[in-house]
Ligand binder design. Structure first.
Ligand code: TNX
Length: 494
C-alpha cells in the first residue's frame, strides 16, 4: 500500500506546514520548535468574541491569565478565565504522564483543549497555541479577526531538558526591563534557561553586599536580580548566574587591590582582549572572596546551577588553575549548588562546549562524568556576524548565517559525545560590540529559534529546507512586536 507508506514518511513538519494551505483565512501555523507529533484533523476552530478560557488544572492560574492577557491585547475580546470547561480549556492530563514540559493540544471546530501534567507543560503548550493563531495575535493593540486555527492534534515533549540563551551583561550592561523583553521573546521558542554572564574584565554587574566596591556602575542590585529571577521563573525559565573566574576578572582586580598577587589594583578596562587577568590563586583572601560571592549568589538563585566560568584563563598556570577549580568546587558544594562552567573547567556537573577547536575538552568533561551544554561558537554563538557586512558582531569563529546555525546536531557534532552526554543546547550572546536592545535582537533573531528547535525537536523531522519555510512565517510575528531582526536573504520572508 504505497499511500500508507507515504503517509508514514510524512514528517511532523510536513504535516505542520501542510495545514497552511488548508486553513481558510490565516495562512496556517508553521511551528518552531517542531512538535514531536502533529496530526491534522477535520474542520477549523474560530475564536469568537464571547469565548472564555477554562482552567481545569491546579496551579495553572498564572498560565491561563498570561494566555488571556496575550489574546485580549490583540483580539480585543474579554476572554474571562473561568473554572470550567470552555472554548479554550487548559487542563491536567488525566492519568497520562507527559513529563515536566510535555503537553497535548487538540483543536476541533468547537474547542481548543490543552493538557499537561504540570503548569510548565501548559506554558510550553500556550507557546504552540500562539503560533497556531495568525501573526497579528502578537500585536499589542486590537486587530481585526477572524481568529482561526486548523483542526489538529499535537503531542509534544522536549528532546533535551536544557535549552538556553546566554546574555553577556558585563561587556555592555542591559537593564532589568531590557532583560525582561529578552526573556519574553525567547520563551516563545520554549527556551527554558537564561544564563547571565554577570562579570568580566569590563564590569561587575551584580551587587555583592560583602564586597560593595565590585559593582559601581551599571549593575543589578540584589533586588533587581531577584526581580529578573522571579520574572523568569513565572515563565518557567531558570536563571543560571555566571561569575567568571579565575580569568575574566579585571573588574574585581580593579575594585580590590588585595585580590592581586602584587597587591596593586588594576586599571579599569574597556577593550576587547581576553585572557590577561587572573585572581591570585595562591592567596587565601581569594577564597574568602569566592566564598562570599558564591554564598550571596546561591542565596539569590533558586536554580540548581552556579556557573564559575573558567574559560580562557591564559594568565593562570595550569597547576594554579587546577588548585583554584578544586577549591571552587568545594565552595559551590558547600552552598548546595551544582558547579557549571565552560569546557576548560576541570570540575563540575555541567560543562559547556564552546570552542570548535577544543572539542577534546568536551570529551574530557564527559569522561569525568559531566554533562554537556552544547554551544559551539561556529554554530550557536549569536555574536558571530551573519555575513562580512553585518553591522555588529565578531567573526573569530567564522560567519554564521541562519542556515549554519540551524544545520547541526548536538549528539553528532563532536566525536566521542553522544546523546546521553548532552544536557542540552545554548546560544550565547556576547556583547563586546552590542550596546542597544535593537542590536541584541538583530543578532538573536532569527538564529535563536533554530537553536531552540535543535534542543527541543527530534532530529529525524528536521531539515533546513523545511525549517526555512517555517521560519519565514515568524517574520510578521516579530514585526508585530517591533523586533529588530535580520532579514536573511536565505529565507523567503512572509
Ligand atoms: C570567547 S566563549 C569568550 C568570550 C568572548 C567571546 C566572543 C568564551 C567562553 N569566552 O570571552 O566574549 O569569545 O565571541
Amino acid at each position: 500500500m504505497p499511500h500508507r507508506r507515504l503517509a508514514a514518511l510524512m514528517t511532523a513538519s510536513a504535516l505542520a506546514t501542510a495545514c497552511a494551505s488548508d486553513v481558510p483565512g490565516p495562512k496556517g501555523a508553521p511551528l518552531i520548535p517542531l512538535p514531536a507529533s502533529v496530526r491534522m484533523t477535520e474542520g477549523t476552530f474560530t475564536l469568537a468574541p464571547g469565548a472564555r478560557i477554562g482552567l481545569r488544572a491546579s496551579g495553572g492560574a498564572r498560565v491561563a491569565e498570561e494566555l488571556a492577557r496575550l489574546l485580549r491585547r490583540s483580539t480585543g475580546y474579554a476572554l474571562p478565565v473561568v473554572r470550567q470547561e470552555a472554548e479554550i480549556t487548559l487542563e491536567e492530563a488525566g492519568g497520562r504522564d507527559l513529563g515536566r514540559e510535555g503537553y497535548t493540544l487538540d483543536v476541533t471546530p468547537d474547542r481548543v483543549r490543552l493538557a499537561a501534567s504540570t503548569p510548565e507543560g501548559l506554558f510550553r503548550g500556550v507557546q504552540t497555541l500562539r503560533q497556531l493563531l495568525p501573526a497579528k495575535v502578537e500585536s499589542a493593540t486590537p486587530q481585526r479577526g477572524p481568529w482561526m486555527i486548523a483542526g489538529l492534534s499535537i503531542e509534544d515533549r522536549p528532546r533535551f531538558p536544557y535549552r538556553g540563551v546566554m546574555l553577556d551583561v558585563a561587556r555592555h550592561f542591559f537593564t532589568v526591563d531590557q532583560v525582561k523583553r529578552y526573556i519574553d521573546l525567547a520563551v516563545a521558542y520554549k527556551v527554558n534557561h537564561l544564563h547571565l554572564h554577570l562579570t568580566d574584565d569590563q564590569g561587575w554587574r551584580i551587587e555583592i553586599k560583602s564586597w560593595p566596591l565590585l559593582a559601581t556602575d551599571g549593575f543589578y542590585t540584589q533586588d533587581d536580580y531577584r526581580e529578573i529571577v522571579r520574572y523568569a521563573a513565572d515563565r518557567f525559565v531558570t536563571v543560571v548566574p555566571e561569575i567568571d573566574t579565575p580569568g575574566h576578572t579585571n573588574a574585581a582586580l580593579a575594585a580590590y587591590a588585595e585580590l592581586n598577587c602584587d597587591g596593586k589594583a588594576r586599571e579599569p578596562y574597556k577593550g576587547r582582549e581576553v585572557g590577561f587577568s587572573s585572581l591570585c590563586t595562591g592567596k587565601e583572601i581569594t577564597y574568602r572572596f569566592l566564598d562570599d560571592v558564591v554564598r550571596e549568589m546561591a542565596e539569590l538563585t533558586p536554580g540548581p546551577y552556579l556557573d564559575l566560568g573558567g574559560d580562557e584563563a591564559h594568565s593562570t598556570s595550569p597547576e594554579d588553575y587546577e588548585k583554584f577549580v578544586a577549591r571552587a568546587q568545594q565552595i559551590v558544594d558547600k552552598y548546595g549548588k551544582r558547579l557549571m562552567g565552560w569546557a576548560e573547567i576541570t570540575s563540575g556537573t555541567v560543562a559547556q562546549h564552546w570552542n570548535p577547536r577544543e572539542a577534546d575538552r568536551a570529551v574530557a568533561a564527559v569522561a569525568r562524568g559531566a554533562k554537556l551544554v552544547m554551544s559551539p561558537a561556529d554554530r550557536s554563538y549569536l555574536d558571530m556576524k551573519y555575513t562580512q557586512d553585518t553591522e555588529y558582531g565578531l567573526d573569530w569563529a567564522g560567519l554564521v548565517e541562519v542556515g549554519d546555525s540551524y544545520a547541526w546536531d548536538p549528539a553528532t557534532l563532536v566525536e566521542g559525545v553522544a546523546e546521553k552526554d548532552v544536557l542540552g543546547v545554548e546560544a550565547p550572546l556576547w556583547t563586546e560590540t552590542l550596546e542597544t536592545p535593537g542590536a541584541l535582537e538583530y543578532m538573536t533573531y532569527p538564529r535563536l529559534p533554530g537553536i531552540a528547535e535543535i534542543g527541543w525537536s527530534r532530529p529525524s523531522g528536521r531539515s533546513w529546507e523545511d525549517y526555512k519555510g517555517r521560519l519565514a512565517a515568524h517574520g510578521p510575528r516579530w514585526s508585530a512586536q517591533s523586533v529588530n531582526f535580520y532579514r536573511s536573504p536565505d529565507v523567503a520572508w512572509d
